[in-house]
Design a protein around this ligand. Structure first.
Ligand code: URA
Length: 280
């Protein structure tokens, strides 16, 4: 697609172009200039010594959005993981961890997200949920699980006589992936030290991963969620303590496949039992 000057379109045409982008799933603008990332990558890989490719003369030269431009380039993924481990280990409280994550620039997702979505609920809770990553509503409000999936999670909690003030809720990745795509394995690996430290600082008795992505990164399981949900794990924290952990179906999946709610219902009954046993 070639860049076009907005002035050449009528208002109705521009509205229709923006509508088309929204229909195609484009819901954020990360730059004002069009880039062919595929050809940039292949040029870098195939001929690193070549002179930089200049934009065609007619390409409008606009400054990139300030927010994106202001962030330094992320470190290599390996360096980012090392740095995430170091700063997580240094955080002695949830407030320190939140500040450390907010200052961290090693994950690309932060460049397109509006906010760091850290947590909601009670930091002294005995039950902690970890979702996948924020969606659009969470990105706007900076609070996990506030959209439709979050409202379903609230109803699931109510079914076992709990509410948000009695649980702690976070995500395996604290920044919204563009277009709500699943975080890549590299993104979850970079963010893993943060959520591991967050779990340790909360110190719940029972940990519940919501959905496959959270389960795979936190419990290190590579099977599908339908096979693994409801199974009991001992989750080892870095301080040597082990807590009970389980994965269950993500509320967003349940909104798409309501017939599977019966499986989640079983899991929530088991979660309620685990809490009862832990407090006995
Ligand atoms: N889905 C998630 O996994 N986390 C949220 O916070 C919202 C939706």
């Amino acid at each position: 697609m070639t860049p076009v000057a907005a002035a050449q379109f009528t208002y109705d045409e521009l509205t229709s172009i923006v509508g088309w982008y929204v229909d195609m799933g484009v819901d954020i603008a990360i730059d004002e200039a069009v880039h062919d990332r595929f050809s940039e990558d292949s040029q870098k890989l195939a001929a690193p010594a070549r002179a930089p490719v200049r934009p065609p003369a007619e390409t409008p030269k606009r400054a990139p959005l300030a927010r994106i431009d202001a962030l330094p380039a992320p470190a290599s993924p390996d360096q980012a993981i090392v740095s995430a481990k170091e700063i997580s280990a240094r955080a002695q409280s949830l407030d320190e961890l939140r500040a450390a994550i907010e200052a961290f620039d090693g994950c690309n997702l932060k460049r397109s997200a509006q906010r760091t979505v850290f947590a909601d609920g009670n930091p002294q809770a005995r039950l902690m949920f970890v979702g996948e990553a924020p969606g659009a509503d969470e990105d706007r409000q900076g609070i996990p699980f506030v959209g439709r999936a979050g409202q379903l999670l609230d109803r699931m909690l109510k079914a076992i006589n709990l509410d948000r003030s009695e649980v702690y809720i976070a995500n395996a990745v604290p920044w919204r992936p563009p277009g709500n795509r699943t975080p890549t394995p590299q993104e979850t690996a970079i963010c893993l030290p943060f959520i591991r430290r967050q779990i340790e600082l909360v110190g719940p008795q029972v940990l519940v991963c919501l959905g496959a992505s959270s389960m795979q990164s936190i419990l290190g399981v590579n099977e599908g969620i339908l096979k693994t949900r409801g199974r009991l794990f001992d989750y080892p924290m870095d301080n040597g303590r082990k807590i009970k952990a389980m994965a269950t179906l993500h509320p967003a999946y349940l909104l798409r496949s309501p017939a599977q709610k019966r499986l989640a219902w079983r899991d929530f009954q088991e979660i309620a039992n685990l809490l009862k046993v832990a407090s006995a």
